[in-house]
Design a protein around this ligand. Sequence first.
Ligand code: ADP
Ligand code: TZD
Ligand code: MG
Length: 583
Amino acid sequence: MSATLEQTPGGQTVDETELTDGFHLVIDALKLNGVKTIYNVPGIPITDLGRLAQAEGMRVISFRHEQNAGNAAAIAGWLTKSPGVCLTVSAPGFLNGLVALANATTNCFPMILISGSSEREIVDLQQGDYEEMDQLAIAKPLCKAAFRVLHAADIGIGVARAIRAAVSGRPGGVYLDLPGKLLGQVMEAGAGRRSLVKVIDPAPAQIPAPSAVDRALDVLRGALRPLIILGKGAAYAQADNDIRALVEKSGIPFIPMSMAKGLLPDLHPQCAAAARSTVLLESDVVMMIGARLNWLLSHGKGRQWGPPGSKKFIHIDIEPREMDSNVEIAAPLVGDIGSCVAALLRGMGDDWKQPSAEWTGSINAKKESNIARMATRLGKNSVPMDYHSALRVLRDVIKDRPDAILVNEGANTLDQARGVIDMYQPRKRLDVGTWGVMGIGMGFAIAAAIETGKPVLAIEGDSAFGFSGMEVETICRYNLPICVVVFNNDGIYRGDGVNLGDGTDPATTGFVKGARYDKMIEGFGGVGVNVTTPDELKLAVDAAMDSGKPTLINAVIDPAAGTESGNIGNLNPKSALSKKGAA
Ligand code: ADP
Ligand code: TZD
Ligand code: MG
């Protein structure tokens, strides 16, 4: 931008100063730090920010709802180890994006939610501005850090602080508040350029203390029945080779948490996922790598884990306060996973003794019997399809295309798919994460396609799909190689629920029977297919994955096939006064 500051009476220019403004400084600051993509929903005051970012060569992906744009940014952050950026309008747009920001923080995904906001003078006196809200105050408890920039000259610092906060230490969500007036502020371009900050080493290595490494190795050496649990933090760390080397050199059986599947292949001989309950119960030393002892691991105690005191834990995590969060940790190993794993590998030496054949043999025996039992269920060619006959087909689709990305949400659709579909490569399975939240599906699928360029298979419960389903338009608009398979069992958990009242309304968990989700995508020019048998499903998914055309397959599943809340029905509180037939 240039402006003529002074003109002589004759009209001659005597001083021309290059100017810049808040819009351009935000874009320049993001670009300087390697941000290439913005996940966005336009509107006042950030419409022009998106337009100008596109004009300046950034990729700006516009969504139909901010929660989906936010989920896209969050998973982009997890996949790439640099913060995904979501851009929204003020108050309602900000609030829509906030769910994704909070979810990102809970899951340790690095993202930055940038929202336009109304003017401080009016917000602080509560005078009723357009979409007025004290966004910074509301965001603060739901994210790792929250910042507001009031002067154009501080944009560089604001963006730098947001980036560093998102990815350093335990990654998480960061909120950056940009009042509308800031974007229009003008300053001299040279000073603007000098105000930008390139963040050097945004996530510095955090080297574990040598004494902590020795302590962990001592505990591991003393183990008779050791186990390694790999979590999504380990997948995020991108220390794939060293993690594999550690597992293989140690000879210790491992189980992956859901999003760590594929970090080592599920079919690796040391993978004990098919003997999960046995190894949790019978192990005497458990080494956690980038996984928390939260509800997903029943807090490291209770029946699943055996008698109290029967286990020692080694815990590798970048967040010191995670140690002892649920049980005593015998060997806390605080540092970044890459550095911790490398230090353990070095410390193991050349004379490492692998676990006894008694331990690994008993696990293998259990694995074999469980796998045989599963094979019988998978072998059925049921029509109407149950979960297993449909999932056998999708397991083979991923086996044939190990570099495809799998997105997965629902209840039965999630739990069964997690068990049946083997993963072969790191960071290929994206799902509901720590909260078990519905609605991540299309946002995750879109970001996965954009960030990796690989084909995406999204396996969605019909309820789960509904939370972000409108984004099939976005998928078609950007012509993304995404195949959505909706497991349509006419409802939440099951499609055969009944109304326990007078029967006027449908059951609380049921949807329109025989709905045709495939028709939705046809309205936007995508490919829609309705399938009722495993063979039809296979044909349709193979065609979609090979063509890369936006596709939605309505897979008709027996409404009576599922169970309440999938695998976690035990978490449902029960009314002592339940009517007969209530869950
Ligand atoms: P899962 O759900 O797979 O069990 P969690 O989300 O509960 O995994 O745990 C992930 C853990 O990984 C978090 O405690 C987080 O602090 C940790 N983490 C994330 N990135 C790193 C890293 N680079 N180095 C060390 N720990 C990390
Ligand atoms: N809302 C949000 C945001 N997250 C949630 N997890 C829920 C509601 C509750 N919920 C689940 O935990 S799973 C689920 C809901 C509504 C949907 C299950 O139905 P589905 O899958 O059709 O997606 P199945 O295959 O029918 O079990
Ligand atoms: Mg369903």
